[in-house]
Design a binder for this molecule. Structure first.
Ligand SMILES: C[S@@+](CC[C@H](N)C(=O)[O-])C[C@H]1O[C@@H](n2cnc3c(N)ncnc32)[C@H](O)[C@@H]1O
Ligand SMILES: Nc1nc2[nH]cc(C(=O)O)c2c(=O)[nH]1
Ligand code: SF4
Ligand SMILES: [Mg+2]
Length: 216
């Protein structure tokens, strides 16, 4: 396999703050660059810059933290074609691998051992028209679909998609997460309970611990 490497913004060790393995010690590999511009994006520092690292350098840094879980994120990780090989190599090494991706890139080549966390972009993200709905039938029970909710309009849209795309039976978890400091978490929790929605409410744990800062 050719090793042209990947452009990387940061590799760090933290507690998983989002999705199903929340709270577990995890190594994060943040790939540089993203074709989207969500209004709420907390990772704009990953749009540019970074450093080109070979797969060997990436895998060595990941191993150095001694964690079982690896989360590949960005930026938009799938915007770099080499991401597909990195995911498979991490799986071959026995890590429990997750991939955070916008719904905008094709996930068909992602290794089946990876848990995909696919973020369907809501109207208030400003990037709703980038959602690639052909990804949805490709998702498996170990995958997850996330909605980052900014306001009531987003919530109603997400609730409609939940039903329309039959997400509860297609993926292991459907996550509803409030956009940080934009929508009151309690408000979202109450809407979910009022409507008896069978979804997982989640807040970004790392921001409760350390605030909105890179590297955590
Ligand atoms: C930084 S993105 C990187 C992966 C990919 N580009 C994506 O959007 O899924 C990782 C996750 O953080 C979420 N996120 C970014 N900014 C956020 C915010 N202000 N509040 C809540 N979640 C946020 C994204 O929606 C996405 O689910
Ligand atoms: N602790 C922590 N957990 C995370 N889960 C997904 C993250 C991301 O930026 O994709 C993230 C992050 O940036 N930090
Ligand atoms: S797709 Fe992800 S990284 Fe890109 S702007 Fe949106 S939240 Fe940020
Ligand atoms: Mg983050």
């Amino acid at each position: 396999m050719a090793d042209s490497g990947l452009r990387i913004t940061e590799i760090f060790h933290s507690l998983q703050g989002e999705a199903r393995t929340v709270g577990l010690p995890t190594v994060f590999v943040r790939l540089t660059g993203c074709p989207l511009r969500c209004h709420y994006c907390d990772s704009e520092y990953a749009f540019h810059g970074g450093e080109r690292l070979s797969f060997e350098q990436i895998l060595e840094q990941v191993a150095g933290f001694g964690a079982k879980y690896v989360c590949v994120t960005g930026g938009e990780p799938l915007a770099q074609p080499g991401c597909i090989d990195l995911l498979s190599r991490l799986c071959d090494l026995g890590y429990n691998v997750s991939l955070e991706t916008s719904g905008a890139m094709d996930v068909s080549k992602v290794d089946h051992r990876v848990s995909i966390v696919l973020d369907l972009k809501t109207p208030a993200s400003g990037e709703q028209d980038k959602n690639l709905y052909t990804n949805i039938p490709l998702l498996k029970l170990k995958d997850q679909v996330k909605f980052v909710i900014c306001d009531r309009g987003d919530y109603d849209w997400a609730r409609f998609q939940l039903d329309q795309l039959q997400l509860v039976s297609k993926v292991g978890d459907v996550l509803f997460s409030p956009s940080f400091e934009q929508l009151a978490p309690k408000q979202l929790a109450e809407w979910i309970l009022d409507d008896r929605l069978p979804v997982r409410f989640q807040m970004q744990l790392h921001k409760q611990l350390w605030g909105d800062t890179p590297g955590v």
